[in-house]
Design a binder for this molecule. Structure first.
Ligand SMILES: C[S@@+](CC[C@H](N)C(=O)[O-])C[C@H]1O[C@@H](n2cnc3c(N)ncnc32)[C@H](O)[C@@H]1O
Length: 269
């Protein structure tokens, strides 16, 4: 069993990712909505599975919108928050505790999606295993859709920085290893009453070429990658988000330096 690096922060994860603003942005034009539209996916196509659903931000949004959703996460603490939110909203979402590298569910899905989770798989073989499990859990014609951060984004997170939130100060600093594009990042949350929560999270980045190679190797087709330049802007006290999806072109090496996220979609024929 892998370590649950989210255990200590599950209780305030939503605050930390700014869920109010986030939900607002999710409801506008988030990566998932844009991506589903790009791939032509609708709720009528069948059930959706969220890999590494965390506190269920995306699951709740989709279920509220009438999608049939299952969420899987390794962290029981994150799932508890997700279940509570789902209960409070009267939604019917199955939240299941599993390691996605060992994914085994008793049903198939029209779409499997994952946001900011696959970067926690630290070996190439683990990621390939997840892609194989996705293949096994997708209906023919099903869509795999995920967002994963780049080496550039990890390097930024490794730079020592602190940010002030309503209830705590969030600080991060880490070590990036060029040889395998991995990073170990320490996060410290210092609450205004003096309480400190410290956690270390390990990440690994992959290039667009590596990702599309692994997906094709697994059998996926119609593999498309996009540069997710999500530029939140505060306008008149509210948040608007311009979500731009730029196809990752052969010139990707030239632009990769500034690319923070890769949105990847692939279809099981
Ligand atoms: C950054 S959070 C993202 C949560 C959610 N997808 C979101 O968009 O808010 C990453 C999540 O991946 C989960 N995770 C990491 N490794 C996992 C694994 N091997 N199997 C299942 N979940 C995993 C963590 O517990 C955490 O909830």
């Amino acid at each position: 069993m892998l370590t649950d690096s989210y255990k200590e922060i599950a209780a305030f994860y939503d605050e930390f990712v700014g869920v109010d603003q986030y939900e607002h942005y999710v409801r506008k034009k988030n990566w998932l909505i844009v991506a589903l539209a790009v791939f032509g996916y609708k709720k009528e196509d069948g059930a959706f599975l969220d890999l590494g659903c965390g506190t269920g931000i995306n699951c709740v949004y989709l279920a509220e919108d009438g999608y049939t959703v299952t969420g899987v996460d390794i962290s029981e603490s994150m799932l508890e928050v997700a279940r509570e939110k789902s209960r409070a909203k009267g939604l019917d979402i199955a939240f299941i505790q599993q390691d996605i590298a060992e994914l085994s569910l008793s049903r198939n899905f029209a779409c499997i999606f994952s946001r900011e989770t696959l970067t926690h798989l630290l070996e190439r073989e683990q990621l390939v295993r997840v892609f194989r499990h996705c293949w096994d859990h997708l209906q023919p014609g099903g869509l795999l859709l995920f967002e994963i951060c780049t080496a550039f984004a990890l390097k930024l997170q490794c730079i020592k920085e602190s940010l002030s939130f309503k209830k705590f100060i969030w600080a991060h600093a880490g070590r990036f290893q060029e040889s395998d594009s991995s990073a170990l990042i320490d996060y410290t949350f210092t609450f205004h009453d003096g309480r400190k929560v410290v956690t270390s999270v390990a990440f690994k980045a992959h290039t667009p070429e590596e990702l599309s190679g692994m997906l094709r190797e697994t059998g996926f087709r119609d593999v498309r990658l996009f540069d997710t330049a999500i530029n939140p802007e505060i306008v008149n006290g509210g948040m608007t988000n311009r979500v731009q999806l730029r196809p990752v072109l052969p010139t990707v090496k030239a632009i990769q330096g500034g690319m923070r996220g890769i949105l990847c979609g692939a279809r099981k024929p």
